[in-house]
Design a protein around this ligand. Structure first.
Ligand code: SF4
Length: 363
């Protein structure tokens, strides 16, 4: 396990407990997380409470889903020796900080979050008029600030969430702070390398770490998403991948084999750009535009590129598939470490708010 006093900047990120991960999760986050492990001190969590904000009515699979997510993380190369992986609900301090934030956050800040209205409209089949759904960006703020994260890897569309987290931190720091003497009681985060060294505020403002999020279409051409049923899973065996590719939509201009097409408007073309080597991309470009290749042939090449990426992941996965307990133990050890770090922050928070367990003499 990395040291909590690591001089590396700290990164926080989570993924909802949605079960087995698909290529969209890989390209949009996981692949990047694997690369970040050595550069940053990383805390990655399975966000099971966040999953409840939209899927609260049936929790029968939530634990299995969390485990499936973690197995895919490990298969893709997250390494418990180089990062901390944990389950959000196993660190109840997140919920405590969320509750305290909910006391100080104006309602308008949450109602203004761009994804709030958008998601309520898009996920019309579920009743999202709940307190939990409105408050989920605040839970995210607690997830990040409780670890005093320096960076949060996000795509452009999530920068507004990080801005809210920063606003919440500022508001909290305005209301509550520790004297230098009080901070002295909490030796762990203090030191010349500590971002708060010599300061009085408790929660540092994190920065967004903008990460590229290439367009990854699902088999129907829409964004790859579990709710659309158009995914290719990291754990799909080769014949399944090839079959899914066969049914994938293409450039509608190519009605007949002799019609030229355009890989820039074809979902299979998008897959090539991400997963195929340069020579194949060039071959697709030329062959599609001149009708020199057929879509079946082109999809076969795209499947080759995918299988090349997925094979080592699936090979690595076997160990955890055969013994899922291994993955669970890693999550448990990570959760214990996360609780320690979170509790140090909460001790400061409770102290600053005059809510610690210690006796205070009457004033
Ligand atoms: S040849 Fe390939 S890129 Fe072109 S339309 Fe067919 S599947 Fe798409």
């Amino acid at each position: 396990m990395p040291s909590t006093n690591s001089p590396r900047k700290r990164v926080l990120s989570g993924m909802r407990s949605t079960g087995k991960l698909h290529l969209g999760n890989f390209v949009g986050a996981l692949d990047n997380w694997v690369r970040m492990q050595d550069q940053y001190e990383c805390f990655f969590f399975v966000a099971d409470w966040h999953a409840l904000t939209t899927d609260y009515s049936d929790t029968s699979r939530i634990k299995q889903n969390s485990l499936d997510v973690a197995i895919d993380w490990l298969a893709a190369g997250l390494d418990p020796a180089r990062c901390t992986m944990f389950i959000q609900s196993h660190v109840p301090q997140h919920a405590e900080l969320h509750l305290l934030f909910s006391m100080i956050t104006p309602l308008g800040w949450l109602e203004r979050v761009p994804t709030y209205k958008e998601q309520r409209q898009n996920i019309a089949e579920k009743d999202l008029g709940t307190y939990g759904f409105l408050g989920y960006p605040l839970l995210q703020a607690a997830d990040i600030l409780i670890y005093k994260g320096d960076f949060v890897p996000v795509g452009e569309d999530q920068v507004a969430h990080i801005e809210l987290t920063r606003e919440v931190a500022r508001r909290f720091n305005q209301f509550y702070s520790l004297t230098r003497e009080q901070r002295g009681q909490f030796p762990a985060p203090l030191g010349p390398g500590d971002p708060l060294y010599g300061h009085y505020s408790i929660l540092p403002e994190p920065q967004p770490l903008l990460t590229p999020t290439p367009k990854l279409p699902g088999t129907d051409g829409r964004k790859m998403s579990k709710s659309y049923g158009n995914t290719i899973l990291l754990s799909d065996p080769e014949p399944v991948v090839r079959q899914k590719l066969k049914t994938m939509v293409t450039d509608p201009a190519r009605v007949r084999r002799t019609d030229p097409g355009n890989p820039d408007v074809c979902p299979v073309g998008d897959l090539h750009k991400i997963f195929s080597d340069k020579a194949t991309v060039a071959k697709v470009n030329e062959g599609c535009r001149s009708a020199g290749i057929g879509c079946i042939e082109c999809k076969g090449w795209a499947a080759d590129g995918l299988v090349k990426i997925l094979s080592p992941i699936q090979e690595h996965r076997k160990k955890y598939e055969e013994n899922p307990r291994l993955a669970w133990d890693i999550l448990e050890a990570g959760s214990a470490k996360a609780r320690d770090v979170a509790n140090k922050t909460m001790n400061e928070v409770r102290e600053a708010m005059h809510m610690s367990l210690d006796y205070e003499s009457p004033k």
